[in-house]
Design a protein around this ligand. Structure first.
Ligand SMILES: [Fe+2]
Length: 271
């Protein structure tokens, strides 16, 4: 009898171990399969000058025709050059950008909201493109869109404190992976063979410290009209070249691929 009991016990133990193994294999498979998606960045469209309208229209056509599933498009600022309040121009911009068939998110650039016409630029931006800080979530990854020009150019907007509000959004993400989008990168701007310092060191240090204090997987920006890659301590900073033709650039946009916390990208040229 004791022998039978031992056999039964062994059988039950084996069954239990098999169930645990199958469950853990399944959960590993799920982990491996989760969080793989694509999104697009366009930046610095500067509608109205040169052939920037045509460039944007072609970009929209290509984005809508991409063979991979795109979660969203993020426009990282400088929609026009200081002319957002021009209703006719604004309507032309929107008529092109609204053709994008996936959700589009924006962050304001230095040519969208600026101190010289703060009230009117803020108003038109908020009415047509969204808040100064906002968020979205795709596949359990939190996208935060934050207006950082007050940090870079040291001006204030009543009721808006970028670092404080960004921290609130980061806290709300509850440890989920985060991607932070803004317009002008926090690193020095290098062109014509020299550095152009923009962010005050003290503000930059606070920005980098905050970014590194949470589960931020990348910071994505535009503004430089160049392709650049930097590190904000442990967090990569990706800077995309623009749609617009300054610096005689060919129009480009980027397709990012997010896979389990790692982010890569492809640059697309527009003929
Ligand atoms: Fe800019």
């Amino acid at each position: 009898m004791l022998g039978m009991k031992t056999i039964r016990l062994n059988y039950l133990m084996s069954l239990l171990i098999a169930i645990i193994c199958i469950t853990s294999i399944n959960s590993c498979e799920e982990e491996r399969q989760e969080q793989h998606f694509y999104f697009v960045q366009i930046t610095d469209t500067h509608f109205e000058t040169g052939d920037n309208m045509d460039r944007s229209e072609k970009a929209v056509e290509l984005i809508n025709d991409l063979p991979m599933k795109i979660q969203c498009v993020v426009h990282t600022g400088d929609i026009t050059t200081d002319r957002l309040e021009d209703k006719q121009l604004l309507d032309s911009c929107l008529s092109i950008l609204e053709k994008i068939t996936v959700p589009i998110h924006y962050v304001p650039g230095n040519h969208d909201i600026f101190p010289e016409r703060l009230e009117s630029t803020c108003k038109v931006y908020k009415e047509n493109f969204g808040g100064l800080i906002s968020q979205a979530e795709y596949d359990n990854v939190v996208f935060i869109f934050v207006f950082t020009e007050p940090l870079r150019k040291s001006f204030t907007i009543k009721g808006y404190q970028p670092l404080k509000q960004l921290e609130e959004y980061l806290k709300k993400s509850k440890g989920k992976p985060v991607i932070v989008f803004h317009h002008a990168p926090s690193v020095d701007d290098f062109y014509n063979n020299e550095f152009h310092k923009r962010w005050k060191q003290e503000i930059r240090d606070k920005w980098v410290k905050l970014i590194n204090a949470y589960n931020v997987k990348a910071v994505i920006a535009g503004h430089f009209h160049r392709d650049e890659h930097h590190w904000l301590e442990d967090v990569p900073l990706y800077v995309s070249a623009p749609i617009s033709g300054w610096w005689r650039r060919q129009a480009t946009f980027r397709i990012y691929e997010y896979r389990n916390g790692k982010i890569g990208y492809r640059t697309q040229y527009i003929e």
